[in-house]
Design a protein. Structure first.
Length: 401
């Protein structure tokens, strides 16, 4: 049964909202037999754009991350067919079209709701497909950090899928359709779900808060900055041309020890980060977007932004310019037997080179971040995310064809 009208049918047409930080938005025409709200009608293009969707678009309210492993015996041919299936399915879903004839109807009535589906390849993908010579050095395993408490079963994977949408049913529908389209070629290795604030809940778009209550994302590089592209996306001319215009995603499931955190006074919480909780402004004053005055001392002669404050240690100027685009989802997977929340941050950061983005910053945070006492890294993944395909092509075609 068809869910949506064909071209020319009466209905609503929606266009994408502005992307984060004023980046060029890549919209897709959305057809629907029923009128849609702005939230529902917003569609993001899958093809014909420089980078895959789901990196510079605004964070959506609902997210699912899933890693898949190719089944024993599946190799390059099966992987290519899978990426072709997944790509054409994603293009349909992101335009608000059904997932083929067997569509379950779960997303009926909502439109695409800013759905994005993003695909990446893990280190082991290249062993499984006989493409080790094409494996970029950026996929070398991340170093072990002293505070890591990683669960191997919820880490890594041959293939990674990131799904985001502003409607929970649309997001689930996409996840289920992607899982089914894996068919006999790949099995789910792990899956995690998260959320962000709903669009429209605040009077104007604001930087999101995390589950510790902090404004989180202020220091992110902005697409309008001249070095944004070179910091976040792989430049052309690398040893692996198939990854030109791609990026690397580092994924960490970071549990927040909220029972401990919430016992801290507001003053102590602000000292841990180096910013005000109410509005994200530096402790040295100004507004959210004011630069931190890292050298400023108070009347007691001590640094106003403490030596071990998270915002000081992670600042690019303290890390040789290392920068990453953080685009996380919060998670909450219930309470433990003693009432401890299993909640935190599905930390996802994007960079042109993990050895110049995530790794040096996490090394420093691991050694002396005041936030460390209140968080626990529980799972980890590193994935190479190729550029967006052209119409008629699939993600990773330059690698797999
Ligand atoms: C900044 C929270 C983990 C890298 C911040 C800020 C907050 C925050 C509140 C200040 C506002 C902002 O600029 O966004 C957290 C929490 C974490 C976490 C709650 C864990 C649950 C990490 C990790 C990394 C990281 C694992 C990377 C290894 C950064 C960077 C900045 C930042 C690069 C911006 C610094 C700047 O531009 O000056 N974080 N963070 N954070 N964090 Fe984290």
């Amino acid at each position: 049964r068809r869910l949506l009208g064909t071209a020319g049918a009466a209905g609503a047409t929606g266009l994408v909202l502005g992307a984060a930080g004023g980046a060029a938005a890549y919209a897709v025409a959305v057809e629907s037999p029923t009128a849609l709200s702005t939230v529902g009608a917003t569609g993001v293009a899958f093809h014909d754009r420089p980078h895959q969707a789901g990196i510079t678009e605004p964070q959506q309210a609902h997210g699912h991350l899933a890693a898949f492993d190719l089944v024993p015996g599946a190799g390059r041919k099966e992987a290519a067919a899978l990426m072709r299936r997944w790509s054409s399915l994603s293009a349909d879903l992101m335009a608000g079209r059904p997932a083929g004839d067997g569509d379950t109807g779960v997303a009926l009535d909502a439109g695409p709701s800013s759905l994005t589906v993003t695909f990446g390849f893990g280190r082991t993908f290249f062993d499984r497909t006989g493409l080790v010579a094409q494996r970029p050095p950026g996929l070398d395993p991340l170093p072990a950090f002293s505070s890591d408490q990683l669960d191997a079963g919820r880490s890594d994977g041959d293939l990674w899928v990131q799904i985001g949408a502003d409607d929970a049913l649309v997001a689930f529908h996409a996840l289920r359709a992607i899982q089914k389209a894996a068919g006999a070629a790949a099995r789910v290795r792990w899956q995690m779900s998260g959320f962000n604030r709903s669009p429209g809940a605040t009077a104007q778009p604001m930087t999101a808060r995390n589950l510790m209550g902090q404004v989180d994302g202020t220091g992110n590089p902005k697409p309008s900055e001249p070095d944004f592209e070179q910091r976040i996306f792989v430049p052309s001319g690398s040893d692996q041309p198939w990854l030109d215009g791609g990026s690397y995603a580092v994924v960490r499931r970071i549990r927040m020890l909220l029972d401990d955190w919430e016992k801290l006074s507001l003053h102590k919480q602000e000292q841990v980060i180096g910013r005000r909780k109410s509005d994200g402004a530096p402790l040295t004053g100004g507004t959210e977007t004011t630069e931190l005055a890292l050298d400023e001392t108070g009347p007691d002669g001590k640094l106003v932004v403490p030596e071990n404050a998270h915002a000081r240690i992670s600042a690019p100027e303290q890390n040789g310019g290392a920068a990453m685009l953080r685009r996380p989802f919060s998670f909450h997977d219930g309470f433990g037997p003693d009432g401890t929340p299993d909640a935190g941050l599905l930390f996802i950061c994007w960079q042109a080179d993990p050895l110049r983005g995530f790794v040096p910053v996490q090394r420093k945070l691991d050694r002396g971040d005041a936030l460390s006492a209140f968080i626990r890294h529980e799972a980890s993944g590193l994935f190479a995310v190729p550029a967006a395909p052209k119409k008629g092509e699939y993600v990773g075609q330059r690698l797999l064809e």
